[in-house]
Design a protein around this ligand. Structure first.
Ligand SMILES: Nc1nc2c(ncn2[C@@H]2O[C@H](COP(=O)(O)OP(=O)(O)OP(=O)(O)O)[C@@H](O)[C@H]2O)c(=O)[nH]1
Ligand SMILES: [Mg+2]
Length: 360
């Protein structure tokens, strides 16, 4: 038995046949006609159109073989039709946009290439997290679509170097803006090295400008069992270093915070001794501010960087930018809280994991 349907789309035809004639119905033909039903006047693919669908179901009265040769089953081919219709619609959409000169990335990415889509999503995340476009591009180029998270971690870890403070360079100065976290970082590092790594640590503070400068260190160090001393001037400092040099594995020297001029640091650095300097930066400043601070402290000179207060920001892009821009400086640690007995990360893998949390 043959039956004719007039429908707006092939998909609708397929559904109607299935409903009225059952799953075993065969489609004999699909003819495109205009809405007014004129079968001779075929529509173009972008104008509104209608279809005349002829379907057949075997009721035992006709020669089935002949029918089967010129037909297809709605079960096998219905899906193909749906897919073809979608492709034609996508193409139509694409041509419409081309005509209006409005092809945008979203269309290209979402509709045409799922791989690009994932990569672009990651790239957008990098930019959202304040990673500079040139660095975001570098990470993007390293993305492995099979494992974007891991390849991002790998790319990040290659953007900077982390250095464990070496006891070969026994004397370490810590410099930075007021309140950047110098004293807290020194105490955290001392705790890590003395309790965790069984190193003998001495802290000397030269920050005698403010009343509580030494008290802050003394009270906390006393509690943690770390030795601390204070030096009022460079002569005292050199004396203390010379006297204690052989008794300690590492000597950390705290300095007063400086920003506009570095007079307070004049004469602090001993001329005839080998030492390293670490710049302490808080992670929650804007990139432009960080760049300015770095150029200011570059005049004094420094070897390493510590980023503090990661817990006070959710965007870690600046850390990545700064470390990449200053690739000759190594990262010592990241700190993410006020607790001096913890909230410090000195392991590179863990640093990268923390930075990834900012990106995710
Ligand atoms: N939330 C948070 N606070 C921190 C962190 N590191 C330091 N701080 C706090 O920041 C404030 C300033 O820290 P300090 O270590 O005194 O900073 P400083 O650079 O020695 O300051 P000056 O000696 O005045 O130049 C203190 O209240 C610290 O507890 C951190 O990683 N996270
Ligand atoms: Mg301090």
């Amino acid at each position: 038995m043959e039956k004719i349907f007039y429908v707006d789309s092939k998909c609708e035809g397929y559904q109607k046949i299935k409903k009225e004639m059952g799953e075993n119905a065969l489609i004999l033909s699909f003819e495109e006609i205009l809405k007014n039903g004129d079968e001779n006047n075929k529509s173009d693919c972008f104008s509104s159109k209608k279809y005349k669908v002829t379907a057949y179901i075997d009721d035992g009265k006709e020669n089935l073989k002949e029918v089967e040769n010129n037909s297809f089953s709605i079960n096998e081919d219905g899906l193909k039709i749906q897919s073809l219709e979608k492709q034609v619609n996508d193409l139509k959409k694409y041509v419409d946009l081309l005509a209006k000169n409005q092809i945008n990335n979203e269309f290209e990415v979402n509709e045409t290439n799922p791989i690009d889509n994932i990569i672009e999503k990651f790239y957008a995340k990098f930019l959202d997290n304040d990673i500079k476009p040139d660095i975001a591009l570098l990470i993007k180029q390293r993305l492995d679509i099979a494992n974007p998270d891991n390849s991002t971690k790998l790319a990040l870890s290659e953007l900077f170097e982390l250095s464990e403070l070496s006891c070969d360079d026994k004397i370490h100065f810590f410099i930075g803006n007021p309140g950047s976290g110098k004293t807290t970082s020194i105490i955290k590092l001392s705790t890590t090295f003395s309790i965790g790594l069984k190193k003998k640590i001495l802290i000397i503070t030269t920050d005698c400008y403010k009343e509580s400068g030494y008290d802050q260190i003394f009270e906390q160090c006393d509690f943690l069992g770390i030795h601390s001393m204070k030096a009022q001037n460079s002569k005292e400092l050199i004396n203390l270093i010379s006297k204690n040099f052989n008794n300690y594995d590492l000597i950390f020297i705290d300095t007063p915070g400086v920003d506009k001029d570095y007079k307070a640091l004049n004469n602090i650095f001993p001329e005839n001794m080998s030492y390293k300097t670490t710049l302490v930066l808080n992670a929650n400043s804007r990139y432009r501010e960080q760049v300015k601070k770095i150029s200011f402290f570059n005049e004094i000179g420094f070897d390493f960087i510590v980023f503090t207060k990661l817990d006070e920001t959710f965007s870690y892009g600046n850390i990545i930018n700064i470390m990449h821009d200053n690739s000759q400086k190594k990262l010592i640690c990241l700190t993410n809280g006020q607790d001096t007995a913890k909230n410090i990360i000195i392991n590179k893998e863990k640093c990268v994991e923390l930075l990834m949390q900012g990106i995710a």
